[in-house]
Every structure is written in C-alpha cells, then in structure tokens.
Write a protein that binds this ligand. Sequence first.
Ligand SMILES: C[S@@+](CC[C@H](N)C(=O)[O-])C[C@H]1O[C@@H](n2cnc3c(N)ncnc32)[C@H](O)[C@@H]1O
Length: 258
Amino acid sequence: MNVEKHTKKMYDQFGKEYQKTRKEKHKSRLYNEFLEVPCMIKAVGNIKGKKLLDIGCGAGVHIKKYLSKGAKCRGMDISKSMIDMAKQNCPNVDFKIGPMTKLPYKNSSFDIVTASLSVDYIKNLIPVFKEISRVLKKGGVFYYSNESPIASARERYEDKNFKIFGIGKFIDKKTGKQIALGRGWNERLAKWEMVPGMLMKTYNKTFRTQLKSLREAGFELIDLIDCKPTTTFRKYEPAAFKIFSKFPLFSIYVSQKK
Ligand SMILES: C[S@@+](CC[C@H](N)C(=O)[O-])C[C@H]1O[C@@H](n2cnc3c(N)ncnc32)[C@H](O)[C@@H]1O
C-alpha cells in the first residue's frame, strides 16, 4: 500500500483517538497544541478578511483560530474521519475530502495557504507545492510546518552507561569511549506509532530539498521560524520544555508566490 493510502487508512481508523489524545497530558500530543499551533497562529499574523485554505486541516483546530482572527476559511484533508470532526468544530466552513496532490479549487482562489504538520506525509513535495502555487493568488503566502531537520537528525543509542537520543559527540569519561550520533544527511522514511496501533510513515526532508522544491514551484522563501515552546507547554511538560528550548522540534516555512 502506498504512503498516501496508508495515511488515509490510519487517520480514518484512529483519527478520533488521536485527536482525543491531543487534549490530554500525553507524551507527544501536547507538542501539537502548545508548540506548533501557537507558533503557526502567530506566524500568519493579521489575516482579517483574507481567503485562507488549510491543507491537511485535520479536525479544524487551526481553522477555528483563523476564523476568530477574521479570515474566510476553507479546509481539506485526505481523511473523512478528520473532516467529520472539522465540520463539528467549524460548522460554517466548507471542507473537502481528498489528497493534497489534487486540490479541488480554482486557480488563484486564495490569499493564504497553510499546512500544519501535513506535508511530512508527502514523498515528492514539488507536485504538491505546484498545486498550492496554482490555487494561490500572485503574491499570496504559503505557510507550512514540519519536523525540523535538526530534530529529525537525532539518533537513539543505549549501552550500560548511556541512554541518548541526540546528535553530537558523547564521551564516556570512565572508558574514554567516544560515541558519534546523528542520522547523517540522507532523507528517510520514518516509521513511528502515533497512538497504539496507529503506525505512521512520514518523510524527513533536508533543508535543501525543501528550498529546492519551493523554488521549483515558483515560491520565494521569506522566513523560516523555529517554534519555541510556550509557558503553557512548560506547565504541562517541564522536561520537554527544557529540551525544545535548546533546539527546534518544529519549524515553519513562509514563502511567497512570485
Ligand atoms: C498530524 S495531522 C495534523 C492535522 C492538523 N493540520 C493539525 O495540525 O491539527 C496530519 C493531517 O494531514 C492529513 N494528510 C496526510 N496526508 C495527506 C494528503 N496526502 N492529502 C491531504 N491530507 C493529508 C491527515 O489526514 C491528517 O489529518
């Protein structure tokens, strides 16, 4: 089964459970609510009156906030289960179900396109970015977030003295043994479990691939924002707050259609 079909199947089957864990103190889901969401909402700035499309909109968490900032929103997602929740969250918004490789909108329809943690599921970004460019007006802005290549480069290591998930040089002072950790420069398909049984496959991309893909699709990168954890995040996850105050877990790429 290809990754697109697999992603749809997983979100259709486990989407409700996944969404529920985002509200609970849970070892990874708070990263969405208290790291990515506030960072993206701040990044888009003043969007009053703007026509905005959210791609891979999930349960409509961002759209609800964009609406409260006065934007005219639409949303799309590959999963029916996620869109069902989005419709409940934002009853007056027009949502569509489908893959982001074929957007069901006319050329030059939007001032802004956003994609929060959803392009990670795409192997080849260029056709998707071209679709996004097609539906954006000239001068329109595309914001997408994903796992930072810095976070993706972390590697796990364990022996009797160390348990590490990181990048860099680690020295065992007793033995003098040196451990070099990092995943190198290769792009890879990451396989991980989102909630029990929900096995995800996402693509880690280098900065270069992302910049090249944006350029080939007719975008100019105007900003790259690393998401800093909020004080609310510190309240719920003090240990993770310390870690992600030192390096970014998520980043937001801000690009303009030329
Ligand atoms: C991690 S969730 C994020 C949801 C939402 N953007 C948020 O941050 O709350 C990823 C979303 O991307 C959607 N998605 C993944 N691949 C997609 C594709 N090829 N086309 C459209 N949506 C996709 C999934 O169904 C899921 O709802």
